[in-house]
Structures are given as C-alpha cells and as structure tokens.
Design a protein around this ligand. Structure first.
Ligand code: ADP
Ligand code: MG
Length: 236
C-alpha cells in the first residue's frame, strides 16, 4: 500500500532524528498518505520564501511556527490567521519568530509553515490513543469546549468498521449540531466517516503511533479539512 510506505518513511525519519513526535507538516503529509484531506502547506525558512509560498497557495493564508520543541503553537504566539497580502506575511513571519523566542527561548525553530486559510465552520476532533489493554483506539468529538470541558466524545478500538464510524458520530450528545442547527448547515457526515476509517487504517499500519490529534478538522456541507495535526511516536 502506498500510504503504508510513505507513512513508514515519514515516521522513520523523525525517529532517526531522535524525535518522538511529528511536526505539523510531517503529520499532514502522513494524513495525505492516507487520503485524509488537509490544508495545503509549505515550510518557509525566510520571509521571502514565506511570501513566495503564500502567493502559490493563494491568499488568505495562515502562518505557524514549526518547531520540534513546541506542541501547543498558539500558547507561544506561534499562530497567525487570515493574512491577506505580501507585507503582512513578512510581518507575521517576524512576529512569530519574536513571539516564540520570547516565550520559549530554547526552542529550535525549523521554519514557519504557510498554509491556506480554511473557511471557518463546525470544528470536530479525531484522535488516536493507545489503550494499555485494547491497543489503538480512535476518538471522535466536537471541537473546543465540547471536548475540553464537556468530554462529549466517543471511542472505538481499531480496526473500526463503517458502522462503528457512523455510530461514533451519532452517539455524541452534540450530534444535533452536526445535523444542522438554526443557521448552521448540516455537516458532511460521510466525510467524517471516511476520516475515521482512514485514521483506523493508519493506526493498524503504524504501531509506532502512540497518539494522534487532528484538532481541529473543519467540516463543511461538502467535505472536511484537517487544519492542525499532531502525532506522538513511541518505538514499537
Ligand atoms: P495549536 O498548536 O495551538 O493547536 P492550531 O494549528 O490548532 O494550533 O491553530 C489554532 C487555531 O487556529 C485552530 O484551532 C483553528 O481554529 C485555527 N486555525 C489553524 N490553522 C488554520 C487554517 N489553516 N485555517 C483556518 N483556521 C485555522
Ligand atoms: Mg490545534
């Protein structure tokens, strides 16, 4: 399987560099290898390169720090959204570097990732954890407070079936929000089902993945897009 081989390469590269996690660009490349849609993204090493990539991707864009030492990027001022011209890309680039240097002076900065700004929409989360007893387990929930405060999430042990995926989505308390609520259009449930199945596939093929967070995934009336991805590795 192609996803299998490409995924193996991405994971082995990180492990060979002595890292126990994938940076956002690598985690998104892993998603791509499993047909999980993500925002188009490129890692820039200079302001000029960031402008070049922003033009290629098309405005508006998002810039974020890429660092093996930073897991929660917005906590260190490492995420700037909705940038709409060349000048602002340059400003955002240097702002991110200075924010990160101030909050976490020892962090190694690999570069700044430039990515398309996805249209705001309903946010969901798909996660993967390794249960001591049951092994790889996939998690689903709505984004933000629904997961963090209300713990409104569902779990299934991998590998999951299509029926499992559908049940995971419909059994959370927030399901009516996905079905369409007031002026919120219904979310593309099939797109979420596909992501859950592909994440399960990924977990079965790569036992080195000890934790994964696709947080958030923006879900639209048609389609869905992962805008942030984090993967923790363990030597298996
Ligand atoms: P963190 O490492 O802090 O979790 P994220 O990459 O998740 O950083 O960015 C923080 C928030 O910014 C996300 O939860 C999402 O709401 C928004 N965001 C991030 N990337 C994008 C993007 N490409 N398009 C639209 N919104 C984004
Ligand atoms: Mg995030």
């Amino acid at each position: 399987m192609v996803g299998d081989r490409r995924g193996f390469e991405i994971i082995q590269k990180a492990l060979a560099e002595g890292r126990n996690f994938l940076m956002e660009d690598e985690a998104k490349a892993l998603c791509k290898a499993y047909n999980i849609p993500t925002t188009e993204a490129k890692v820039a090493k200079s302001e000029d390169e960031a402008v070049k990539y922003a033009r290629e991707i098309g405005y508006p864009v998002v810039l974020k720090v890429v660092s093996p030492d930073i897991i929660h990027k917005s906590d260190v001022g490492g995420v700037i959204l909705n940038i709409d011209n060349d000048e602002k890309v340059k400003e955002a680039y240097s702002k991110i570097i200075s924010n990160v240097k101030r909050h976490k002076p020892d962090a190694k900065i690999v570069g700044v990732i430039v990515q398309e700004m996805a249209q705001p929409s309903t946010e969901v989360i798909v996660g993967l954890i390794k249960d001591q007893q049951f092994g790889s387990t996939v998690m689903f929930g709505l984004g933000g407070v629904f997961v963090e405060i209300l713990k409104d999430v569902s779990f299934r042990v991998c590998p999951i079936t299509e029926l499992d995926a559908k049940e995971m989505i419909s059994e959370i308390k927030g399901y009516p929000i996905l079905k369409g609520y007031r002026n919120l259009p219904p979310a593309d449930i099939d797109a979420i089902v596909k992501i859950l199945l592909n994440v399960s596939d990924m977990a079965m093929n790569h036992p080195e993945i000890s934790e994964m967070d696709l947080n958030p995934i923006l879900v639209y009336e048609k389609g869905a897009k992962v805008v942030d991805a984090r993967v923790i590795l363990a030597k298996s």
